[in-house]
Design a binder for this molecule. Structure first.
Ligand code: NAD
Length: 245
């Protein structure tokens, strides 16, 4: 388990990222809460500290190479290392292909995919020095199966799988594993915006008959981020209630 390890979690201010950050802190890791929303990040890191954990907040836009570098510099200065990186920050800007705006494409690809690249580049430099690392990228079931109205989002999440496998091959000799978790539809603010009818339709396609909870994703991430998962790299762990298999 990640006791005495330092974990950087992006998009950790709320939702799945917040659940992952809290769980890592409960397991004894020092956690860096990275989010574009300063209030959310501060609030969560205060909650973790009040519960006896170690955490600090870093406001950053994962699209911005300079801001990402600052996050990792600050982490090394405060905690001395980076052992775990969870690339979780992500957004949707849904539209049918013929109506999708360039800005919608760029925003989603830049945050969901380029953000993970920038964080991995910085994180892997530090992990390489320590000859240890666990990187977990949060992909999505729709990156595996596609979804009408989400060309940008699905491309970014499929791209994360390619990034995961390339980085896994490249970083293996430094004892850094790189894996992806591909959640199905999980109850968060991101999916709260879906109309009830769409949620019902989705649920009917899920063999386990319900949407997932943030905790379901968190448990998969905790395992891949742990020392126990040391011989697993380049894999995509689906947490989707059987929706895609
Ligand atoms: P969410 O919208 O609740 O949380 C996303 C967090 O990322 C927010 O705190 C937001 O402020 C932060 N963020 C957004 N842009 C950022 C940026 N540029 N830099 C830094 N932080 C930024 O979403 P969620 O449902 O918790 O999703 C988390 C991840 O899981 C995303 O990558 C999402 O694509 C993925 N995912 C979610 C579901 C789902 O059903 N909820 C399913 C599959 C995959």
């Amino acid at each position: 388990m990640p006791r005495d390890k330092t974990a950087v979690v992006t998009g950790a201010g709320r939702g799945i990222g917040a659940s992952i950050a809290q769980a890592l802190a409960r397991e004894g890791a020092r956690v860096v809460i990275v989010d574009i929303d300063p209030d959310q990040a501060e609030r969560l890191s205060a909650t973790i500290r009040e519960a006896g954990g170690k955490a600090f907040a870093q406001t950053a836009d994962v699209r911005d190479a300079q801001q990402v570098k600052s996050v990792f510099d600050a982490t090394v200065e405060k905690y001395g290392s980076v052992d775990i990186l969870v690339n979780n920050a992500g957004i949707t800007r849904d539209a049918l292909l013929l109506r999708m705006k360039d800005e919608d494409w760029d925003a989603v690809l830049n945050i969901n995919l380029k953000g993970a690249f920038l964080c991995t580049r910085e994180g892997a430099k530090i992990m390489s020095k320590g000859r240890y690392g666990r990187i977990v990228n949060i992909s999505s079931v729709v990156g595996q199966m596609g979804n009408a109205g989400q060309a940008n989002y699905c491309a970014s999440k499929a791209g994360l799988i390619g990034l995961t496998r390339s980085n896994a091959r490249e970083l293996a000799r430094r004892n850094i594993t790189v894996n992806a978790v591909a959640p199905g539809f999980i109850v968060t603010d991101m999916t709260d915006v879906l109309p009830e009818k769409i949620k019902e339709e989705l649920t009917s396609q899920i063999p386990l008959g319900k949407l997932g909870q943030t905790e379901d994703v968190t448990q998969a991430v905790l395992f891949l981020a742990s020392q126990k998962a040391g011989y697993i790299t380049g894999q995509v762990l689906a947490v989707n209630g059987g929706m895609y298999m």
